[in-house]
Design a protein around this ligand. Structure first.
Ligand code: G4P
Length: 548
C-alpha cells in the first residue's frame, strides 16, 4: 500500500437542509478542481415538491441524482471524492447511509434561515460516528441573521462547538468580504456582473489603519470588536478537536458568488482526515492494511426495463481493489469477480483497474448485494455503522393479484435490499409491513413492483406510531414480552424482533411493565445483531419466532 495514495484522499459529503446551497457549492468546488468547465453542469438532485404525484418526473430526477451521486476530482495533488446525498426528506435514509461511507462532512447553513429541521437529523447521524464537520454559512450576499446568533444557534440546536475561521464584514448589499482569522488576511468581495473577484491582502495587525482604508472606519471598528469577542469567547482552533468531531470550524461566504469557497477548500484539504479506520463485527480495519476490504452503502437500480442490472456503490476501506480479482462476499459466503468496476471521476463514469481506500467503486450487480454487504479477500467480517432507523410511516403491503405472489415476494425483498424502504414481517397472519420515512417511498415501491416485477400492490394504513428494536439481558422478561405483545411484534429482514407501538401511551406502558427491556430506535445497537435475538436463540436453539 502506497502511503501517499492514502494520505492524499479526502472522501466527504456536503449536507444541508434543501435550498441552503448544497448543489451550488458542489458545482463551484468541481469548477475549482477543473472537473467541470461550465456552471450548470451539476444538476440539482432535488426532487421538488411539485413532483410528488408525478412518478416519472421523480424517476428522471432520481436518474440525475445517480449520475451525480459520486463526484471525484483532483485538487493540488489531493484526490477528492464528494458523495452527494438526496435533498428530498423522503429519501433521508439514503443520506444517512451515505454518511457512513464518508470520512468528514461540510454542513451548509443558509445565513437567512439558520438551522433547519433536516440539519438536526443529519447532525444526529454525524454524531453517531463523531464525523468531523466543517460549517459553511452561505448566502452572505443576502440580508441574513447576525453571525454570532447563527453560531449560537448551531451550538445550541446541534450540540456542536464551533470556531469561526473567517468572519463576515457586513452582509446583504453591505457585504464587503471576510477577515480570515487563520491566515490573518482581509478578503474583499467585489461583485461584478460577470465575474467576482477576491482581493486578498495580509493584515496581521487589526489595528492597522489599512483596515480602515479598505473597508471604512465604521466597518473596521465593528470588525475589531467582533474579532476581539471571538478571540475571547471561542476556544482556539484545534485540529485534533475537529478530527474527533468535537469542534467544527466555520466559514462564511456565498456559494453563488463563488466567494469564500477557496478558503473553505484549502482548509478542507489541509485538515480533513484521509481515510479512517473502520469498525467491523470482528475487529477494527485500518486503511493501511494490505488486503482489500470494502462495503456497499448504496444500491441503484437501472430503471430501464431492458437492463435490469443494478449498481452497488462500494466504499474501499483497506488495501487495493483490483478489477477481475475474486473477492469474498461475507454474507453470502461466496466469491465474486468484477469485470467492469467503475469510478466516478470528473462527473463521468469509467472502468477502473484499481481503487484505493476512500474511493467509491461502482459494481454491476444482478441481485447479490444488499446495503451493508462486505467484500474482503477471504476474512469473515462485516462492516458496522450502517444502521437502519426507525421508520416514520407504516403501511401494510397487500398483493392485488394472487397469481403474482412470487413476483411480489421477490420484488419486495429486492427493493428493500436496495434500501428503498424497510420490510417488517408480522408472524401473525404473515403480514408484510413497509416502514418508510416519506410518502414518496410508497409511490416508488408501487411503481417499481409493477414495472419491474409485474406485481400489483396496494398499501393499507396501519395504526403504528413507531417501531422499536428491543433487547434485554432478562430472558424471562423478554419471553413474556414476546408472548404478551405477540400482535405488536414484527421481525426485520435479519430476524431481529421489533415492537410496533400504536402510540406513545402503548410504548410507555410497555416500558413500565418491562423495565428490563431496552428499546432502540436504530437497528445497530450491538454489533449488528440484537441481544434479543442471540439470547433467545441461545435459550431455545432456534429463531426468536419460536417463542411466539
Ligand atoms: P440545495 O442543493 O441545498 O437544495 O440548494 P441549491 O444549491 O440548489 O440552492 C438553492 C437556491 O439558493 C438556488 O436558487 C441558488 O441559486 C441559491 N443560492 C445558492 N447559493 C447562494 C448564495 O450564495 N447567495 C444567494 N443569494 N443565493 C444562493 P433557486 O432560485 O432556488 O434556483 P436557481 O434557479 O438559481 O437554480
Amino acid at each position: 500500500m502506497k502511503a501517499h495514495e492514502l494520505k492524499r484522499r479526502r472522501t466527504f459529503a456536503i449536507i444541508s437542509h434543501p435550498d441552503a446551497g448544497k448543489t451550488t457549492l458542489t458545482e463551484k468546488l468541481l469548477l475549482f478542481g477543473g472537473a467541470i468547465r461550465t456552471a450548470g453542469a451539476v444538476k440539482s438532485n432535488k426532487i421538488r415538491k411539485t413532483a410528488t404525484s408525478d412518478f416519472m418526473e421523480i424517476e428522471k430526477q432520481r436518474g440525475v441524482s445517480v449520475a451525480t451521486s459520486v463526484m471525484g476530482f483532483e485538487y493540488k495533488g489531493y484526490k477528492i471524492t464528494i458523495l452527494d446525498t438526496p435533498g428530498h426528506k423522503d429519501f433521508a435514509e439514503d443520506t444517512y447511509r451515505t454518511l457512513t461511507a464518508v470520512d468528514s462532512v461540510i454542513l451548509v447553513v443558509d445565513s437567512v434561515k439558520g438551522v433547519q429541521e433536516q440539519t438536526r437529523k443529519l447532525m444526529d447521524v454525524c454524531r453517531m460516528r463523531n464525523t468531523p464537520m466543517i460549517v459553511f454559512i452561505n448566502k452572505l450576499d443576502r440580508e441574513g441573521r447576525d453571525p454570532f446568533e447563527l453560531l449560537d444557534e448551531l451550538e445550541r440546536d446541534l450540540g456542536i462547538h464551533t470556531r469561526p475561521l473567517t468572519w463576515p464584514i457586513g452582509m446583504g448589499t453591505r457585504f464587503q468580504g471576510v477577515y480570515n482569522l487563520f491566515d490573518k488576511q482581509l478578503e474583499l468581495f467585489t461583485s461584478g456582473k460577470t465575474a467576482v473577484h477576491e482581493d486578498v491582502m495580509a493584515i496581521d495587525d487589526l489595528d492597522s489603519p489599512l483596515l480602515d482604508q479598505h473597508i471604512g472606519a465604521d466597518s473596521a471598528a465593528r470588525l475589531r470588536d467582533d474579532i476581539h469577542l471571538i478571540e475571547h469567547a471561542y476556544e482556539s482552533f484545534d485540529e485534533g478537536h475537529y478530527r474527533e468531531g468535537y469542534l467544527a470550524p466555520a466559514f462564511f461566504g456565498s456559494a453563488l458568488n463563488n466567494f469564500g469557497l477557496k478558503e473553505l477548500l484549502e482548509t478542507f484539504v489541509t485538515i480533513a482526515p484521509s481515510p479512517l479506520p473502520r469498525e467491523t463485527t470482528a475487529r477494527t480495519v485500518q486503511p493501511t492494511e494490505r488486503p482489500f476490504t470494502g462495503f456497499v452503502f448504496k444500491i441503484h437500480a437501472n430503471l430501464d426495463p431492458n437492463h435490469r442490472d443494478r449498481i452497488a456503490f462500494c466504499r474501499v476501506c483497506s488495501g487495493v481493489f483490483k478489477r477481475n480479482e475474486f473477492y469474498y462476499h461475507t454474507r453470502l459466503e461466496k466469491k465474486l469477480r468484477f469485470a467492469n468496476p467503475t469510478s466516478f471521476m470528473a462527473n463521468e463514469k469509467s472502468v477502473i483497474e484499481e481503487a484505493w481506500p476512500g474511493d467509491v467503486v461502482g459494481l454491476f450487480d444482478n441481485g447479490n448485494f444488499k446495503i451493508g454487504d462486505t467484500l474482503t479477500e477471504g476474512e469473515q467480517l462485516q462492516f458496522k455503522g450502517i444502521p437502519r432507523f426507525s421508520p416514520e410511516i407504516f403501511r401494510q403491503l397487500v398483493n392485488k393479484n394472487p397469481f403474482k405472489a412470487k413476483q411480489m415476494e421477490k420484488g419486495i425483498r429486492q427493493l428493500t435490499d436496495e434500501g428503498v424502504a424497510q420490510l417488517l414481517i408480522r408472524e401473525q397472519g404473515n403480514v408484510k409491513i413497509i416502514g418508510a420515512v416519506g410518502e414518496l417511498q410508497f409511490e416508488v415501491i408501487q411503481f417499481r413492483l409493477l414495472h419491474e416485477y409485474g406485481a400489483e400492490c396496494e398499501f393499507h394504513r396501519m395504526n403504528v406510531y413507531k417501531a422499536f428494536w428491543f433487547t434485554s439481558a432478562n430472558k424471562e422478561q423478554l419471553a413474556r414480552f414476546l408472548r404478551l405483545q405477540n400482535h405488536a411484534v414484527a421481525f426485520d429482514k435479519d430476524d431481529n424482533p421489533v415492537f410496533l407501538a400504536e402510540g406513545p401511551w402503548s410504548f410507555n406502558t410497555a416500558r413500565d411493565m418491562f423495565p428490563d427491556i431496552e428499546f432502540h430506535v436504530t437497528s445497530e445497537f450491538n454489533a449488528g445483531e440484537s441481544d434479543a435475538q442471540s439470547l433467545i436463540s441461545e435459550q431455545t436453539s432456534s429463531s426468536p419466532r419460536s417463542l411466539l
